[in-house]
Structures are given as C-alpha cells and as structure tokens.
Design a protein around this ligand. Structure first.
Ligand SMILES: [Zn+2]
Ligand SMILES: [Zn+2]
Length: 333
C-alpha cells in the first residue's frame, strides 16, 4: 500500500514525509482493517512532523481524521462490521481500568494511545484500528465532508463544552482554521453569537459568511467583552488579551495540544472576577458520538481543500501558512 511515512521530524519545508510502498497491515484480535477513503490534516500532525511534539515511535504514518470502510476483521470482531463506513480519530485506545477511565474521563488516561502518533494513522491506503474506537458516520456526510469532524470537530466540540458558553451568550474564537470553522456552525445552531479574531483576511471572510457577528485581526477591536472564549491558535501571547476581553465569570478554553509560551498574567487584569482558564486534552468516545450527532442536526458543512496523499507535505505547509480556508483532506490515489 501507499503511505506517507515520517522517519525523522523536520521543518515541513524539508518535506519530512516520504511516499513509501508498505505492506498492507493485518488486523490482530479485536482490531479491524480500514480501507481509507479520506484523511483530514490536523495541526497536531504538523506538530508531530516538525517535532514540536516529541516522537512516541518512529517511523510513523501520521493522520487521525480518517474515513473509510472496514475491509478485514481481526478475531473476535462482529461480522456485521464488514464493509461498514466508519471514522477513526485521535484516541486509539485507553486502558479501561484507571481512575480516569472508570469515571468517564478516558481522555485523561495516562496509558491512552493515539492514532498517527503511537500507531500508524490514515496518511495511507489502509490502517488498523481497535474495533472499540471506531465511529459510525451519519449518512448525510460525504467522506470528504466527514473527515474534518473526526478531530477538528471533536476537539473543537470538547473545547466548546469546556468554555461554558451561557445560553444566548457570545463566544470569542481566536484563530479560525479547521476546528473553529466547524465549531462556529455549532455555536450558531445553539443560538449563540460568535466573534472571530484571525489575521487571515480570507479566514475573516469565511467567518462572516458562516454567521460571525464580527471578524477582525486585533483583540482590542472586538465589539465588546465575551461571555466565553476559545483559543484555537497555538499562540500563548493571545492568552492575556483573550482573558482581558472576558466578562466576569467567563471562561477561556484552550483547544491546542501545543502552545507557544504564555506571557505573565496579572491577577486583577486577567483572572479576578472569577474568570477561568482551562485547557483541553484529547477527547472521550462519548464526545465523538455527541459531536457527530449535533453536527448532523446543525447541518455542519466543512470547507475543505483536497490533496492527493503524496502531497501531504504541501498540505501541511499550506496549513502552516494559512493558504486555504477550513480543513485539508488527503485522498489516496
Ligand atoms: Zn485508563
Ligand atoms: Zn487532531
């Protein structure tokens, strides 16, 4: 099979992923093999490929927003799974036994393993997944439309839940890439308002098209304080202004797995008045099922830019430079 393999992390301009012919993987007990139809490109992939996240294992095939169909079953998998269209996300497995797993917080499991980081992912014609960590995709989403939901959608959804937006409230979104453009549509569906801070003119246009009441470059220009905020950009310097722009009792939810250094906070300017700062780590399987159901109800439409699988380096470079709106999706050829 064809796969884009990372042997050694490097700046994406050095094309660290190389196209390889790899053996088609064979599923073990409790696993399924999935023939990949589409795989979304996540900012986390960029952090893995460039080494911002230390490698867990090398070589590795990245990719954790995967849509495909099950073409082979490992021992113990129900026969009805065969040929089903499914999705695979970042959470590849958890221990099922630790205090976090037993209390509905498997996203915090210290033994969790991740697709495209601990296990080979979807930048390939096939991948192996644990049968307990795959998701049925609502029929209304075509493959290319569904792929972005599997991480951008899920992590955006979890960070939205953690932002505690009050009914009818206003949420400020900082950064407007893959996750934010999906979550804005959920925010609107819930009857809340969104303001968007992003440097990219094109992203500002898309935000307004999708119903943002305001979109601009500078946090200082926001039309007023927000009830809640989500920081999608991995930019620590945005944390103080985002906190300052919150109403009393507001929450700033950090969506990223990686963040550049956060400047010093001032207690009175940034945190007092019961403002809260919360991070988001991974997701639970329940988050995924809730996101897929609510995205279907809201009729969420992903804006996508498709690339052939072998152009994965270019897709990552284009994402890094904000050269497209929405989510890049790789298609095996
Ligand atoms: Zn656990
Ligand atoms: Zn991701």
């Amino acid at each position: 099979m064809k796969a884009m393999v990372l042997n050694r992390p490097a700046d994406v301009s050095a094309q660290p992923l190389s196209l390889r012919d790899c053996p088609v993987p064979v599923p073990g007990p409790g696993q399924v093999r999935i023939a990949v139809h589409a795989c979304g490109v996540c900012r986390t992939d960029l952090h893995i490929v460039e080494g911002d996240l230390p490698p867990h294992t090398l070589p590795i095939i990245p990719g954790h927003m995967v849509i495909g169909h099950i073409d082979t079953l490992g021992d113990g998998c129900p026969h009805r799974f065969l040929q089903q269209r499914v999705g695979v996300g970042w959470l590849a497995s958890t221990c099922g036994q630790c205090g976090f797993c037993r209390t509905g917080r498997e996203n915090l499991c210290p033994a969790a393993r991740f697709t495209g980081y601990d296990l080979d992912g979807g930048y390939a014609s096939y991948l192996i997944a644990d049968a307990g960590y795959i998701y049925t995709i609502p029929d209304q989403f075509a493959d290319l439309q569904a792929a972005p939901l599997l991480c951008a959608g899920i992590i955006g959804y979890r960070s939205l839940q953690r932002a505690n937006v009050p009914p009818g409230g206003t949420v400020a979104l900082y950064g407007f890439g893959s996750a934010a453009h999906l979550i804005l549509q959920i925010v609107r569906h819930r009857g809340c308002q969104a303001c968007v801070v992003t440097r990219s003119r094109s992203h500002q246009h898309l935000a307004r098209d999708l119903g943002a009441v305001w979109a601009g470059e500078n946090p200082e220009d926001l039309p007023g304080p927000a009830d809640a905020a989500i920081l999608f950009a991995p930019a620590g310097p945005l944390v103080p202004p985002a906190l300052k722009n919150l109403r009393p009792g507001g929450t700033l939810s950090l969506a990223g797995i990686h963040m550049s250094p956060i400047p010093q906070l001032d207690y009175h300017q940034h945190l007092y008045h019961e403002r809260e700062l919360r991070s988001t780590m991974n997701n639970t399987r329940e988050d995924t099922r809730h996101l897929l159901a609510e995205a279907a109800q809201a009729g969420v439409q992903a804006h996508i830019q498709t690339y052939d699988l072998q152009d994965a380096n270019r897709a990552l470079a284009d994402m890094k430079a904000s050269r497209f709106d929405g989510t890049a999706v790789l298609v095996p050829v």
